[in-house]
Design a binder for this molecule. Sequence first.
Ligand SMILES: [Zn+2]
Length: 182
Amino acid sequence: MEGVTRHAEELLAEVPDWIWNHRSLPVPIEDIADSHVGLLVRDVEDMTTAPGCPEVGADGSISGLLLAGDREIWVNAAEAREWPPRRRFTIGHELGHWFLHRDAQRSLFCRHGTVDPDGGVTAGRPPLDPIEEEANWFAASLLMPADLVRRHYRRTGGDFDALCAIFNCSRAAMGRRLHQVI
Ligand SMILES: [Zn+2]
C-alpha cells in the first residue's frame, strides 16, 4: 500500500492553503474534492438512479459511487444523515478511485460492505476486491494523515474517543489507522 499512501500524501501536499492549512482538523475532505480536485459531491437518496447502476440485491446498498466521466461523486444520503463520519470516508474512498482507478468509460459502484468495513474479518465475509482495499487505504490516509495522527495521539495520551472526534472518523476507521501508523 506504499504507493497508495504516497499518492494520498502528494494530494494533501498539493492542496492550497486557502482550502486547508495542513494542520486544522478534521481534514475538509469535501472542499478538497470540490475546490481542489474539481469533483462535484452529491448526496443522493436513490443511488440506483445512477446510469449503469448494477442490481444491488437484498444484501446491500450502494454507499458511494464515482461517475468519472461526469466528474461526480455520489454519496448515499440516508447513510450520510445517519453516520456523518461515514459520509466523509465515502468521499475519501471515491477520491481514491478517482486517483488510482479512474477510467472515464467506467463508473465505480461501491457497496456498503466495501466502504469502511468494520475492523476484523466478519465471519463469512469474502475478502474485498483489491481496488476497494486500495480506496479504503487512500481514504484513511487522507482523513487521518499519519503525521497528524501521531501528533494528536501524543497530545491526547492516546485518548481513542478524542481522536475519533478530532478526526471525525468512525471507531472502526480510527482503530485500523492507529494500527497502521502508531
Ligand atoms: Zn469503491
